[in-house]
Design a protein around this ligand. Structure first.
Ligand SMILES: Nc1ncnc2c1ncn2[C@@H]1O[C@H](COP(=O)(O)OP(=O)(O)OP(=O)(O)O)[C@@H](O)[C@H]1O
Ligand SMILES: [Mg+2]
Length: 284
């Protein structure tokens, strides 16, 4: 099977605050650090992924809003480099919120990102961060992507959002994008000291089996602090439990990506999550 363009993965869940953005940003960062040119696409009006990599959405003159208003110009005018080598971003802006209602009556509203995604894109991976509601932007991302990862907080209430998310994935597969593969579920915010989290993880294993991506991402306050500071945890505390878990989860996602893509070689991450190349630091 040959696939043109970057392999693209959406991190989606209908529930808010389950670690979608934290996961999308750190998996994208781990890919970039292992030498895979990666584009992070922020489709959320909250612009959390944009801020997480150190950009102020209000200070940007071109963002995803402009791309969706005129997809014929492509994505390139809005893409920025980040402080991390190999990691670029198509940033979000809060104006995506009002744009969504304006787009609601347009016949091609679900294809705007696909239309803009044309030409030779110089990335091998694209990671899409989407809003919690199953919005028009989530549909745009799922229509275009090769695969979806579903981050699920290890909390009993969080499990209830999964069927709603999977319903949307199934509908997109049936009507818009039959290629869309489910790479797996990523357990997040796992506090193994609590019985409720341990029970929840056990239920996830039983329910999803092989589809559960290992390891679970632990609750690690350094992740919240890194988000606040507009940095990746790999930069501020690469030895932390959160950074180690995201390196490993990213390697597991790469292994699943290879299988989904039918591609035996690249990218070069081993299953322990360490890059074959020396770790790249942030640009000053
Ligand atoms: N493993 C973790 N340990 C500690 N804090 C975390 C962890 N994962 C996420 N957080 C924090 O929890 C909050 C919600 O995480 P995040 O923004 O990634 O979720 P989300 O699903 O993208 O939320 P939204 O639905 O609002 O987009 C953030 O403040 C984030 O920094
Ligand atoms: Mg988010």
């Amino acid at each position: 099977m040959t696939v043109s363009g970057p392999f693209s993965i959406v991190f989606a869940n209908a529930k808010g605050g389950v670690g979608k953005t934290t996961s999308a940003v750190h998996v994208a960062g781990a890919f970039a650090q292992s030498g895979v040119e990666t584009l992070l696409v922020d489709l959320d009006p909250q612009a959390s992924a944009t801020r997480h990599v150190g950009l102020d959405p209000a200070a940007l003159d071109t963002t995803l809003t402009d791309v969706l208003i005129d997809p014929s110009r492509g994505i390139a005018p809005a893409v920025r480099a980040t402080r991390y080598p190999g990691l670029s971003i198509l940033p979000a802006h809060e104006s995506l919120g009002t744009l969504e209602s304006e787009l609601a009556s347009m016949p091609d509203r679900e294809s705007l990102l696909s239309e803009a995604w044309s030409g030779e894109l110089p990335y091998r991976a694209a990671i899409f961060d989407v809003p919690p509601a199953l919005s028009l932007y989530t549909v745009n991302a799922l229509k275009l992507a090769d695969a979806v990862v579903i981050p699920v907080q290890t909390h009993p209430f969080a499990l209830a959002s999964v069927p709603r998310t999977m319903d949307l994935v199934d509908r997109v597969r049936r009507h818009l994008n039959p290629r869309l593969a489910v790479l797996g579920y990523l357990a997040t915010l796992y506090d193994r000291r609590t019985r409720v989290a341990r029970e929840c993880l056990a239920n996830m294993m039983e329910e999803w089996g092989e589809l559960l991506i290992e390891p679970p991402i632990p609750t690690n306050v350094a992740l919240a602090e890194a988000a606040r500071d507009g940095r990746l945890l790999f930069e501020v505390d690469p030895e932390s439990a959160g950074a180690a878990a995201y390196y490993q989860a990213a390697a597991e996602i790469v292994a699943r990506w290879r299988t989904a893509r039918g591609d035996r070689e690249e990218p070069g991450m081993d299953r322990r999550g360490r890059s074959a190349k020396p770790a790249a630091g942030a640009r000053a």
